[in-house]
Design a protein around this ligand. Structure first.
Ligand SMILES: Cc1ncc(COP(=O)(O)O)c(C=O)c1O
Length: 380
């Protein structure tokens, strides 16, 4: 790879691998939408970032407020109480757990742990953009394996795992398709993947899996020292703004990762709130029920209109909104509803809609029909 040698007009020399990175595109913020469309922040419905529409669990609010008064002190750099809570939940030793400033920090640490120029990182088409970004930062070769009818092609990923492969990211269930893999398929994959390849199984949305597809992935970690499972508190646990996530793997993987982890990466408030929310089974049950109901309503809505969608195992749905997707997105914004265009995934004709509360979905359904009617009127 060509290296930059001279400062450019910006007066510094960035690594060539960083020049090649396209920045992460996040869901459009509520405040920005309000400003641009002259709307009241309170009237905006955001269904763009797969956040939890029920808010934070009260248990986490209480823990966060109590912790905030001690924020003049550094947090515990080892996040001991938080990691103990995670370890108890999964029946592993705390030295099998690493805490992250969101799970995307762990995804990125995994890349930094094993990748370098000349080495290969593999992931499926239609997967979370942070995988590519993290691998690119390390100057590694990124191999995106084509999906099969939108599903992850595990055989294709295995075929791409040559002697230079060091990292594979697998998402279950996947964002943005919402598709899930079975335990059997993942087990077979782990039995066949070369032992020197670190496999990161990203379970950001695992709490939303239908019961029939839920399984104890930590059991797989126990049997495979090259497997790490990552989880987040941003989705089912409602703590996206606090940034809390973790990874579970054999102690030697965690120990090496800790060497490159920023010393106080998980803040004091996030540690307390995440530990509290992990114990709040009642909140999680409510979140799952609201999500199931919302997915059913979205399915019925699009079916009634003859619009194609992918049946989702997560808290969002990918919908084939057709060639006018960009215009539809803007019409929805005008009506105070933010969804997520997925053009950056190569899905120009689709949009991703996060599941909201019943009231939020009512707003979305009304705005969608109005926006479609406005586009039809314009075309005729
Ligand atoms: C598949 C997937 N993994 C990981 C994350 C990162 O979550 P966080 O960094 O908030 O924990 C997301 C967030 O959208 C995601 O979609």
């Amino acid at each position: 790879m060509q290296q930059n040698t001279r400062p450019d007009s910006r007066g510094f020399v960035a690594r060539a691998s960083i020049e090649a990175i396209s920045p992460y595109i996040a869901g459009k913020p509520i405040e920005e939408t309000a400003r641009e469309y002259g709307l009241d922040v309170k009237d905006i419905v955001k269904l763009a970032s797969n956040e939890n529409p029920l808010g934070m669990p009260q248990s986490a609010v209480d823990a966060a407020l109590a912790a905030a008064t001690g924020a003049n002190r550094y947090p515990d750099g080892n996040a001991r109480l938080f990691r103990d809570a995670v370890a108890r939940r999964h029946g592993v030793s705390p030295d099998w757990v690493i805490a992250g400033n969101g799970s995307d920090e762990i995804l990125s640490l995994a890349a930094r742990l094993v990748l370098a120029p000349g080495l290969r990182c593999i992931y499926s088409q239609y997967s979370f953009s942070v995988y590519e970004l993290s691998a690119q930062e390390c100057g590694a070769e990124c191999v995106e394996v084509p999906a099969r009818d939108f599903a992850v092609d595990l055989e294709g990923i295995l075929a791409a795992a040559d002697s230079s492969a060091r990292l594979i990211y697998i998402t279950n269930p996947n964002n943005p398709t919402g598709y899930a893999l079975t335990r059997e398929a993942l087990e077979d994959f782990m039995n066949r993947v070369p032992g020197e390849v670190l496999v990161v199984l990203d379970e950001a949305y695992a709490d939303f899996l239908p019961e029939a597809l839920q399984f104890d992935s930590i059991e797989l970690v126990r049997r495979h020292p090259n497997l790490m499972v990552t989880r987040t508190f941003s989705k089912a646990y409602g703590l996206a703004g606090l940034r809390a996530g973790y990874g579970v793997a054999h102690a030697p993987v965690i120990e090496m990762m800790n060497r490159i982890r920023p010393p106080f990466n998980m803040n004091l408030i996030a540690q307390a709130a995440a530990a509290a929310s992990l114990e709040d089974r009642e909140f999680l049950a409510r979140v799952r029920a609201v999500n199931r109901e919302g997915l059913e309503r979205l399915e019925a809505f699009f079916e009634a209109r003859g619009v194609n969608y992918l049946k989702s195992c997560a808290n969002f749905m990918l919908v084939q909104t057709g060639p006018q997707t960009a215009e539809l997105y803007t019409e929805l914004l005008r009506r105070g509803v933010i969804v997520r265009p997925v053009k950056s995934y190569g899905l120009d004709d689709w949009m991703r809609i996060s599941v909201g509360t019943a009231r939020e979905l009512d707003r979305f359904f009304k705005a969608y029909d109005e926006a479609r009617a406005a586009l039809d009127a314009r075309a005729s």
